[in-house]
Design a protein around this ligand. Structure first.
Ligand SMILES: Cc1cc2nc3c(=O)[nH]c(=O)nc-3n(C[C@H](O)[C@H](O)[C@H](O)COP(=O)(O)O)c2cc1C
Length: 148
């Protein structure tokens, strides 16, 4: 199986997941927004939280949206305002995921995100969803990735 992780990470939790999945044979594609997020956390919450709340698709630096060579795709997103992050909204709009074995990896402060789950279930009813609670600070959370 050719396996690919497409992900976004603002503060390193997604990167911790990527490093673990690379060990499991996943190829990695990290996306980056064209516009950098502010440094102050409360400004990040304002910008990212509001954008995620309205389903904003953040314009991204050039990346390869072609996933034809892969059978199994994992999509990694931080949870913003309970929802998928704005960069991952863009990935989902630009990537043809039909026929792929799909897993969403949601990382968050709380370890749960019912609204993000709804967003995923409405579009990808067959996708698996795995929640990880701040895996950078809690490396035992990465054990949840062994099922992939
Ligand atoms: C803009 C913003 C909004 C967030 N909203 C939530 C939230 O609604 N629920 C939650 O549990 N954590 C929330 N968090 C925390 C992140 O989801 C969490 O720290 C995640 O692990 C960050 O991943 P990263 O380090 O790869 O960017 C938010 C963080 C940011 C920056």
């Amino acid at each position: 199986m050719n396996k690919l992780l497409i992900y976004y990470s603002l503060s390193g939790n997604g990167d911790a997941i990527a490093a673990a999945l690379q060990q499991q044979g996943f190829a990695l594609r990290k996306v980056s927004p064209k516009k950098k997020m502010p440094k102050a956390f409360f400004l990040q919450i304002l910008a990212g939280g509001f954008g995620a709340g309205i389903g904003r698709k953040e314009p991204l630096e050039a990346y390869d949206p072609n996933v034809a060579a892969f059978d199994e795709i994992a999509i990694g997103s931080p949870v913003w305002n309970g929802r998928l992050s704005c960069p991952i909204n863009t990935v989902l709009a630009e990537t043809d995921l039909k026929g792929k074995k799909l897993t969403f990896l949601l990382f968050s402060g709380s370890g749960a995100a019912p609204k993000a789950e709804q967003q995923i279930r409405s579009r990808f009813p067959d996708a698996a969803i795995v929640h990880l609670k701040e895996p950078k600070a809690n490396p035992q959370e990465l054990e949840k990735l062994h099922q992939l």
